[in-house]
Design a protein. Sequence first.
Length: 298
Amino acid sequence: MADDPAPAGPFDRVVLIFNPSRAGMASRIDALQQDIAAELPGLHVELMPTDFAGHARDLARSAAAEGAPLIVSVSGDGGYNEVVNGVLEVPGSRAVCTVLPAGNANDHHRSMPEKSLMEDLHGNRVRRIDLLRISFRGPSREQVHYAHSYIGFGLTPLMAIGIEKGGKGKILELISVARTLSGLRPFELVRDDGATARFDSLILANISRMAKYGTVSESHHPDDGRFEVVTLPHAGRWKMALMTLRAVTLGLGHQPSVSSYAFTTRNAVPCQIDGEVVHVQAGTHVLVESAQGALATI
């Protein structure tokens, strides 16, 4: 990956954004502060605890508007998604983002090169990676959102909803997944060329691994201006179960990659963006594009 020339000098501070109510978070933040102070004693550490869902986006926007901070999201994929979207709302920001895993889903962190935060701070090597930009245009709203890892329609958001209702833990999650498969309903979309398609699952992925699917693609290049499209046309629950089994064992192999993907929903459908579920109305035009080099990270 190419190095990003900005910021030219070292970070002017480290901003830690975290959920203080998560178990063990207080001791982890204390340890991070001590490690940074020991390694780089002149670097100021700013703490930004969140108070409510969506607060991380506001905090990241505020931090990104001033100076050249390294914004560290101590969170899972959903919390990091909020941070990324907050930073992207500040044009020309010199902020750099990274994530330390502290959630139920940490797909993005697992897909990035394995290095410690201290190594990254010492190296001060900034690079740019792509994001997925999704635009919803419907009768009552127009909205743009960014994803650092994946966007899923059909099975993936339904699994997330089922797991949230069924509870965390491997046994409860497996039961929830089985229930989701048994109640799966296909969804229809109309592509921009007028063709109609009926799917059980549609995943647009900027990373190769997803926790609930295993390996969905062989691509390992989140900076090539393209993303993978993983589709399962409607074929019944047994084929869906076999696809899931293959993903968590052998992987799904090479998938087609594109720089944009567009369609209009024929019916209401849930959509999962980096682990967070949103509900898309029928008749909504959806455009997913690769935002090449949109995120500065270490």
